[in-house]
Design a protein around this ligand. Sequence first.
Ligand code: ADP
Ligand code: MG
Length: 234
Amino acid sequence: MGKKEGLKDRLRREYLKKRKSLSEKEVEDLSKRVRETFLNSFLFKDFSSFMLYYPIKNEVNLLPLLKVLLNSKKRVYMPKVLGDEIFPVRVIREEFVRGRFGIPEAEGELADKGEVELAFVPGIVFDRLGYRIGFGKGFYDRFLKDFKGLKVGVLYPFQLVEKLPCSPWDEPVDLLLLPNKILKGGGRNERGNDNPDGDLGRSCSRWDNLLHFGFKEEGKGRQNFVRGGKEGKG
Ligand code: ADP
Ligand code: MG
């Protein structure tokens, strides 16, 4: 572990601290706006199965979506940690048991990853290509590696930075879901294994690949989405 590993650790600590300083009301208000942005988007309309996460340490709270999704005849999954891996568990009722790390988990059989069409991905800090820093154990990197569905990072505005150090095993998310805004991530680590500890001095990927979805920063209005390179109405 050289000094570059230290950079990720430092960012992790710094952004955890920022998130910790949010008031309960800020977490509630911002989380509500994130949920509304999701519910007003094609993500809710066009997808039929979702993996949520149980919010800890002031993470954006998507849990109220559970009822909404179940009532809308969508399939819902929650992550369960076994060994070094995350597995989706189908949620039928809103009931949780204490899992590893004390994080509540759904009870039930492990489902196939392939059943999940969209996975919400929490994180401590994200960059504009969708790279993220998590708690430092790489759980989501391993989960996302062979995940074929849509990867949606969930974050507060202050958790978005221009550029993060990234490692060869880091998996970027496809989209970034924020209060009132959805951004395109989908960066690819094109550097191979030359820089395993990450380095801000090098680009993780193509910065010109950034596409903004047509959400307005504030307020309402018609939402245009860019999907598969073509523009369509939301
Ligand atoms: P996080 O993404 O949680 O911030 P890191 O990206 O720093 O954490 O990863 C933490 C550790 O997890 C790394 O040291 C790495 O060895 C391990 N890791 C992550 N993804 C994989 C993977 N796909 N295969 C093997 N090890 C992995
Ligand atoms: Mg990682």
